[in-house]
Write a protein that binds this ligand. Structure first.
Ligand code: SAH
Ligand code: SF4
Ligand code: F3S
Length: 474
């Protein structure tokens, strides 16, 4: 089926849902409500905006309280075991609520539902779930929703509605979307992952890598700009390999140049960069750009070449260090942040020393540090020499201490300077302050009101407080 046909079916299914939602609302004497609960990464957050967009186009109204909505949809993550546990915690409590309110509808989608063993656990142990679908079936959501609503309206007996594919190469454009922020937006540039890092579940639950046509990406960004968006975050598991497999002659650096030309967009970010594919061309484009933010998230995972090889990361300690040095030299003021895994099978104290050495040498501006979590079906899951929880925790603390040291040092370097801040929100603790982000991704809090939200303002960085700034308008 062509993309246009898929798009047409999707929109028609939404129309059919709308009639049922209307009928149900009439019987209830109020609007039907929904709540989408999102776990995991920016890509899931983006998918949730689409799921919410579809639900609103079908006539549902957003309900802030998860436990009070007529339809609750969980968009799940399974990157580490604690992501699974968090979700099952939610599912347990919603089960108790549904007992009192049998008309409530519960759906599960996202990465965890794509994983076979987790899916089996849901279908066997949580029989109150009405709908479950996989990551390759987001475009089928309106049709599945239609089935679910039909069952509700006709009071049909409930058995699970489900749809799963192992993979897909379809990309459907122009899905309705409900954006979380008016002034910034994620934009998918590619889906899936082909890298098969030995510890990682993503290639199994998100399928093979596929890039969107650049014209579709640019059209979306133009529409976003027309709608008031100032900052776009280009999303992919490995944005540096963007364009592979497309018939057009394009790569990530060329795509960035095209995005740069979209008027109305002031800031461009991207996530995530795999070190093995970060080209000199990209560094040049960033160095010359007025819009690309001074920040690269460049996951290291480990500083030990031996562990990196076992992880299938395709770079070494030395090549990572020279890449980081080159970026720092060619793009002054750039922030480098990273992800680190501690406790990978076979990791010794000496390997962790290597990781700490890289943190020290690169002087990371920030890092997410994770304890290795075994994922069923990945290569690392069957490796010998598992690291004990105690050892992992001890090394985790060592790594964390070093990361905190370098990131505080880096943050402090710009104290007393001024910088442009995109204001995102009112400060949660102190409502006389607003909170925003510098180009290098550091948070700044300064006196201001809601009228500043979505604006880029010049701020004097008066006081560094560890990892963030207190400032005042310059
Ligand atoms: N595509 C991105 C990473 C996405 S997952 C990249 O390649 O950089 C985000 C982070 O989760 C990874 O960078 C890694 O540090 C961490 N992670 C992935 N699988 C993990 C596992 N099994 N245990 C612990 N951390 C893991
Ligand atoms: Fe996972 Fe590696 Fe793909 Fe990132 S690049 S999503 S860590 S397999
Ligand atoms: Fe989680 Fe899936 Fe993202 S496993 S981190 S939500 S791609």
């Amino acid at each position: 089926m062509s993309n246009e046909e898929e798009e047409k079916i999707l929109l028609e299914s939404i129309d059919s849902c709308r009639l049922l939602v209307k009928e149900r609302s009439r019987l209830l004497g109020r609007s039907l409500t929904y709540h989408v609960t999102t776990f995991g990464c920016q890509m899931n957050a983006k998918d949730s905006e689409k799921l919410s967009g579809i639900l609103e186009a079908a006539g549902f109204e957003r309900e802030e309280d998860e436990l009070a909505a007529d339809f609750v949809l969980y968009n799940t993550c399974t990157i580490r075991d604690n992501a699974n546990q968090k979700f099952f915690g939610h599912l347990g409590s919603i089960g108790a609520v549904k007992k009192k309110n049998p008309d409530m509808m519960i759906g599960v989608c996202g990465c965890l539902s794509q994983e076979r063993s987790a899916r089996e656990k849901i279908t066997q142990s949580y029989p109150f779930v009405d709908l479950i679908f996989g990551t390759h079936n987001l475009f089928d959501f309106p049709q599945l929703l239609y089935k679910l609503l039909t069952r509700q309206v006709t009071k049909g007996k409930g058995h699970l509605i489900s749809e799963f594919w192992d993979d897909t190469d379809r990309i459907v454009e122009n899905i309705p979307s409900r954006r979380n922020y008016k002034f910034k937006s994620g934009v998918n540039i590619m889906f899936g992952c082909n890298n098969f890092c030995s510890y990682c579940i993503v290639p199994y639950v998100r399928g093979r890598e596929k890039s969107r046509a650049s014209s579709d990406i640019i059209d979306e960004i133009k529409r976003l700009a027309d709608d008031g968006v100032k900052e776009v975050m280009l999303l992919g598991q490995n944005v540096n390999s963007y364009g592979r497999g497309l018939s057009e002659d394009i790569n990530f650096a060329r795509l960035l140049e095209k995005v740069e030309e979209v008027s109305g967009i002031s800031r461009i970010r991207f996530m995530t960069s795999h070190p093995k594919d970060l080209s000199d061309d990209l560094i040049d484009v960033m160095a010359a750009s007025k819009k690309i933010c001074r920040h690269i998230h460049l996951p290291l995972q480990s500083g030990s070449s031996r562990i990196l090889e076992s992880m299938n990361r395709q770079y070494t300690k030395e090549s990572y260090l020279s890449l980081a040095a080159k970026i720092r030299e060619r793009i002054p003021g750039i922030a480098l942040t990273t992800d680190i895994i501690v406790g990978y099978p076979g990791e010794t104290d000496a390997d962790v020393d290597d990781t700490i050495d890289v943190i020290e040498k690169v002087q990371f501006d920030g890092a997410f540090t994770f304890i290795y979590s075994e994922r069923t079906g990945t290569r690392a899951a069957s490796m010998p020499d598992k690291v004990s929880a105690k050892e992992a925790a001890r090394n985790f603390e060592r790594v964390l201490a070093k990361v905190q040291e370098t990131s505080q040092k880096r943050a402090k370097l710009i104290e007393g300077m001024t910088g442009d801040v995109l204001v995102e929100d009112i400060n949660r603790q102190d409502s006389s302050l607003v909170t925003g982000r510098l180009s290098n991704n550091l948070n700044v809090h300064f006196p201001g009101d809601a009228s500043l939200i979505g604006q880029i303002v010049r701020v004097h960085l008066s006081e560094c407080r560890g990892f963030y700034y207190i400032g005042e308008r310059a």
